[in-house]
Design a protein around this ligand. Structure first.
Ligand SMILES: NC(=O)c1ccc[n+]([C@@H]2O[C@H](COP(=O)([O-])OP(=O)(O)OC[C@H]3O[C@@H](n4cnc5c(N)ncnc54)[C@H](O)[C@@H]3O)[C@@H](O)[C@H]2O)c1
Length: 267
């Protein structure tokens, strides 16, 4: 399951879910390059092991996790804690799935799976990690939301709803856990060139906006969020011009106008 080793003492450590691919992988690579110890966890165990091997056995530990399973979280975090030298500076709840298409055409089981991974997975992660975060001074949680948390998206209705849930969860927990010194943020990228993007051809707004971000662009935002000074704390981090413009527009425009813009993009 994991390499039998201990890392150097005293360096920061990040636990990344969905780290075998796309954004999670890019983050694991970036943080390892910058001297952090990285937990590479994914339901794709072989993929996670392969990424960890490229990072080097002193820089990473890999293992299996299905984020919708609280017992799997307990096992993975306990293993990571030992290998990281008893640090959990950043919990990056990144794993997510997407089933595009007309709401009624997507099988109910796939709607439920998005809830289980995208929402329950993050609730599990924060609940199980609390004890470790509390023992890591200055720790933070970074949750993967999406630009679909800005305005509900046709052909991505449930996915978008799960990301709204991440947004609300992040805002509330950020306030609640400030008394422990644990900051909680989320990341809102627009469309990104990852394995997930294979299904974007079916989504009219993705065709209209294009897929302009690389996983490395999102990893750079996660890094900026992870190392931001406490006095510059920001709860929501947009990634890409499109997400920034949409977030700004929905703040200043009447909701009827936002609805028309999203409707136009999804035409
Ligand atoms: N690609 C985009 O356009 C985009 C945009 C905004 C947000 N996001 C979000 O970014 C995150 C990462 O997506 P990505 O684009 O890198 O996709 P990806 O498909 O390349 O990677 C997702 C990873 O999550 C893993 N995973 C899936 N279910 C899991 C589970 N139950 N437990 C643990 N791991 C699981 C997969 O094995 C995979 O390695 C997701 O939360 C996604 O919603 C993606």
């Amino acid at each position: 399951m994991s390499a039998n080793h201990r890392p150097r003492e005293g360096r920061p450590a990040i636990f990344v879910t969905g780290a075998a691919s796309g954004i999670g992988r890019a983050c694991a690579e970036l943080f390892a390059r910058r001297g952090w110890f990285v937990g590479v966890y994914d339901v794709d165990t072989d993929g996670a092991q392969a990424i960890a091997a490229t990072l080097g056995k002193d820089n990473a530990v890999a293992g299996a996790i299905d984020v919708s399973d609280a017992d799997a979280w307990q096992r993975a975090l306990a293993e990571f804690w030992v290998h990281s030298g008893e640090r959990l500076d950043v919990l990056f709840n990144n794993a997510g799935i997407l089933a595009p298409g007309s709401f009624e055409a997507v099988p109910l089981a796939r709607h439920e799976a998005m809830l289980a991974v995208n929402v329950k997975g993050i609730i599990n992660g924060c609940h199980c990690a609390f004890h470790y975060l509390q023992r890591s001074p200055g720790s933070r949680v970074i949750n993967m939301a999406s630009a679909t948390a800005i305005y509900g998206q046709p052909e991505l209705v449930t996915y978008s709803a799960t990301k709204f849930a991440v947004r609300g969860f992040t805002e509330g927990l950020d306030l609640e856990w400030s008394k422990f010194g644990i900051r909680v943020s989320d990341i809102w990228p627009s469309f990104v060139k990852t394995r997930m993007a294979a299904s974007f051809a079916q989504i009219a707004s993705a065709r209209a906006l294009g897929i302009r971000l690389d996983p490395e662009d999102v990893a750079a935002a996660v890094w900026a969020c992870a190392v931001a000074k406490p006095r510059f704390h920001k709860t929501h981090w947009t990634v890409g011009l499109q997400a920034s413009l949409l977030a700004f527009a929905t703040r200043i425009a009447p909701s009827a106008l936002s609805r028309q813009v999203v409707r136009y993009l999804a035409r």
